[in-house]
Design a protein around this ligand. Structure first.
Ligand code: NAD
Ligand code: UD1
Length: 335
């Protein structure tokens, strides 16, 4: 059976991917330093999959630990989720972000090459596209970022491309995620942001259960269907399946590439609020406020490359995302 190492596998996307991989017959090993997750996530992955998951608590920059993991396990492929991801915090602590995200990627690549592990899937982001591009982002478009977090993704993609160029055996896919939301239908795993959520859907979830009073809608004067910002929201379970497709692709094909992972459809802030109300029969109060600095009007994925190469496309709807996000939030509240 093919063994896959998930760095950052206790996190939001990593935990869902562990479940999808296991359902598709892969063995999973997880490394996570729990800086933004909790150890009981691993128990919950095990509950869902019915499989025991080897779990190493530690830092991806710790080459001794990586050495131990690659020696103890016959790893075939690595999916590299480990990273810090808060945009605002990255502006306050740029060195922490560059240090963590770049060094983790470099240490991992070094140890992969040392142990003859030649397949890598990397968690990149739609944030690497220059904001001035047309709304529908295509992989070849101009890149450019507005914050240190985004630059770490941009730089890691470059580090991976250069390492592939120098080591022809190495195969890599950087998946550029759009806006992952929702939770697994068991409601045992999901996103649990610390403090006040920055992202729209986690914020709506908390308003829905009365934990916050209303949603702050950042701007209604964008050039969009109703003036509010448009994004490409993707259910985290669809996103998890994209990793299974990427792992399968790497088993059969050489190369180094970047692939968008979204639904290809844009949804405005107000559309999302109203869909959430309808899917869950709840009221979501909101107030229109000033634009958030750094935001753009409309961003969604061109998904042709993902479909052509990975034979993957998203199936779950905005209604599925809203229902699962709400049920997960209700589950969290009961804990
Ligand atoms: P997350 O914070 O839930 O998961 C990341 C995990 O990595 C956490 O469990 C954290 O403890 C761990 N980690 C961080 N630094 C580490 C290190 N040095 N060593 C070991 N473990 C470390 O985030 P997520 O939403 O699951 O995102 C996963 C990846 O996808 C991240 O790289 C993120 O930047 C990227 N991404 C996320 C989004 C999103 O909206 N969630 C969008 C685009 C890209
Ligand atoms: C943000 C990050 C991006 C990151 C992505 C996924 C910024 C500038 N960008 O993108 O780098 O990759 O999250 O983690 O932070 N909105 C509200 N009220 C809120 C929150 C958001 O109206 O309380 C609006 C925003 O203006 C935007 C939309 O909702 O139009 C989505 O926002 P968000 O969920 O933060 O995602 P992104 O802006 O795409």
């Amino acid at each position: 059976m093919c063994k896959i190492l998930l760095t950052g596998g206790a996190g939001f996307i990593g935990s869902h991917t562990a479940v999808s991989l296991s359902a598709n017959g892969y063995e999973v090993v997880i490394l996570d330093n729990l800086v933004n997750s909790r150890a009981d996530v691993i128990d919950n992955i095990e509950k869902i999959t019915g499989v025991e998951i080897p779990f190493y608590i530690g830092d991806c920059r710790d080459e001794k630990l990586l050495e131990k993991i690659f020696t103890e396990n016959e790893i075939d492929t690595v999916i590299h989720f480990a990273g810090l991801k808060a945009v605002g915090e990255s502006c306050e602590k740029p060195l922490e972000y560059y240090g963590n995200n770049l060094d983790a990627t470099i240490s991992l690549l070094k140890m992969m090459l040392k142990h003859n592990v030649y397949k890598l899937v990397f968690s990149s982001s739609a944030t690497v596209y220059d904001a001035d591009n047309p709304s529908e982002r295509v992989e070849g478009m101009r890149l450019g970022c507005t914050n240190p977090y985004g630059w770490t993704k941009y730089m890691c993609e470059q580090i991976i491309r250069d390492t592939c160029r120098a080591n022809k055996q190495l195969r890599a896919i950087s998946l550029r995620y759009f806006n992952p939301v929702g939770a697994h239908k068991s409601y045992l795993i999901g996103e649990n942001p610390k403090g006040i959520p920055n992202n729209l859907v986690p914020y709506i979830q908390q308003v829905a259960i009365g934990q916050r009073e209303y949603v702050h809608v950042y701007g209604d004067d964008y050039n969009t269907v109703d003036g509010t910002g448009v994004r490409d929201y993707i259910h985290v379970c669809d996103l998890a399946d994209a990793h299974v497709a990427a792992a399968k692709y790497l088993a059969e094909h050489e190369g180094c590439m970047e692939i968008n992972i979204g639904t290809g459809k844009g949804t405005s802030v107000l559309e999302m609020i109203h869909s959430f109300e309808k899917a869950n029969n709840v009221k979501i109060p909101y107030r229109i406020e000033a634009r958030r600095a750094g935001d753009v009007d409309s961003v969604y994925a061109n998904t042709q490359k993902a479909y052509e190469l990975l034979h993957w496309k998203a199936h779950l709807t905005i209604e599925d995302m809203c229902r699962d996000a709400y049920n997960w939030q209700c589950h969290l509240q009961k804990q």
